[in-house]
Design a protein around this ligand. Structure first.
Ligand SMILES: [Mg+2]
Length: 388
């Protein structure tokens, strides 16, 4: 048993990271390969301090989450940091007019506190048993640069490189505004290059204009025996009705749910027939507490839950659930740095982070089990918010 505790201080540290060879594509949102260009990104460290002298730290979130943490701060101060389920439910109600993004970073920091207090990695608190997770190489969006991911042949060559490195799965993020025939050709070219025994996925990230475009590329996925088709078109990934209709036309399983938030909408989407796999992102979906609920809801429906994006918290969750397949490592590219900020000591989500079996390890230290590079964070801090 650990001593009674309360939350004494909440801190958000905003810091910047300069990404080499990085630009954005046509609409200014997707990060893409741009040789010689440097792009400055903002990241956030959420720290929850307690009366035990233990601080929970989590790097993730976004400006919306920061604003919502500000809305929750007065409620959190003085609370017992081990009452995660209570905090989840109270914060869920408090943020009901918003997307609830602020809950995730706080909840993950609370799990970090619990692991540190009990002296075990978070996955052991979750009943986890896996120590290594099969990874999927998840690419940057396609670009238009020489030597980049600028053609189906370039994607095919990179997929083969990943296969030879040991990856068992490869996920394409296609181009912005590409001719739809090029997207379908990419599906077929990558399958032809890697042969039948690598799991392949495509995530257009809602770039396709119409439902018909989604169907067209989906039929290529059928031909190429893809593992899943994810968020294909500009409904924004939120129409269960439209994706149920799409599922009726395709053999390829759909992966939806990245753009609906928290447990109940995920369950509604699955019950409406809108997806085959259920998506989880602890950052977006109420933390590890919320992510675990979605994983178990999927289990109750007999479905698999696939975890979005890499990071220490997601490794702990994946280590702890049966019904899941691939860890999304990335984003990766032949010539670009990893998208995760370079703030961990001895932890990486870069292309070369896998072992010979195509797996990444689950952190074994207490809490989230990763050591932060405080020199880097301190020297790159652009703003600090404190509630106490
Ligand atoms: Mg996605």
């Amino acid at each position: 048993m650990v001593a009674a505790a309360r939350i004494t201080r909440i801190r958000v540290t905003e810091f910047w990271v300069e990404m080499q060879n990085t630009g954005v594509d046509y609409n200014g949102f997707n990060l893409v390969y741009e040789p010689g260009n440097t792009r400055r990104l903002t990241h956030y460290l959420f720290s929850v301090e307690t009366s035990l002298g233990i601080t929970g730290d989590y790097i993730g979130g976004n400006p919306v989450a920061v604003a919502q943490v500000g809305m929750l701060a007065h409620y959190l101060l003085g609370r017992d940091p081990f009452q995660r389920e209570r905090i989840y439910n109270d914060a869920k109600r408090a943020l009901r007019k918003h997307d609830r993004m602020g809950l995730g970073p706080i909840d993950i920091a609370l799990w970090d506190i619990a692991g540190k207090a009990y002296g075990v990695p978070v996955y052991q608190l979750l009943g986890g048993w896996k120590t290594h997770l099969p990874a999927q190489a998840s690419t940057y969006h396609g670009d238009h640069q020489p030597g980049g991911l600028s053609s189906p042949a370039a994607f095919a060559e990179f997929a083969l490189q990943c296969k030879e490195m040991g990856y068992r799965a490869f996920k394409i993020h296609g181009w912005g505004q590409a001719p739809i025939a090029q997207e379908a050709a990419n599906v077929l070219a990558v399958r032809a290059a890697v042969g039948p025994d690598m799991a392949l996925m495509i995530d257009p990230a809602c770039e396709y204009t119409t439902w018909a475009d989604a169907l067209y590329v989906g039929r290529a996925c059928d031909e190429a025996s893809f593992f899943w088709l994810e968020d294909p078109y500009k409904d924004g990934g939120i129409s269960a009705f439209a994706h149920a209709r799409l599922r009726g036309q395709l053999k390829t399983p759909l992966l939806q749910g990245e753009h609906v938030r928290t447990l109940e909408p995920h369950v509604d989407f699955a019950l409406a027939g809108g997806t085959d796999y259920m998506r989880i992102d602890c950052d977006y979906d109420g933390g590890l507490t919320g992510g675990l609920k979605i994983a178990h809801a999927a289990e109750g429906l007999g479905l698999d839950a696939e975890i979005h994006a890499p990071g220490p918290a997601h490794r702990h969750l994946m280590a702890s659930i049966r019904n899941t397949n691939y860890y999304e490592l990335g984003l990766v590219h032949p010539h670009m740095p990893e998208t995760s900020p370079p703030v961990y000591v001895g932890y990486s989500d870069a292309l070369d982070a896998i072992d010979a079996n195509g797996c990444v390890p689950v952190p074994q230290g207490p809490g989230l089990g990763v050591e932060l590079d405080w020199d880097y964070i301190t020297s790159h801090t652009s703003n600090t918010l404190v509630w106490e």
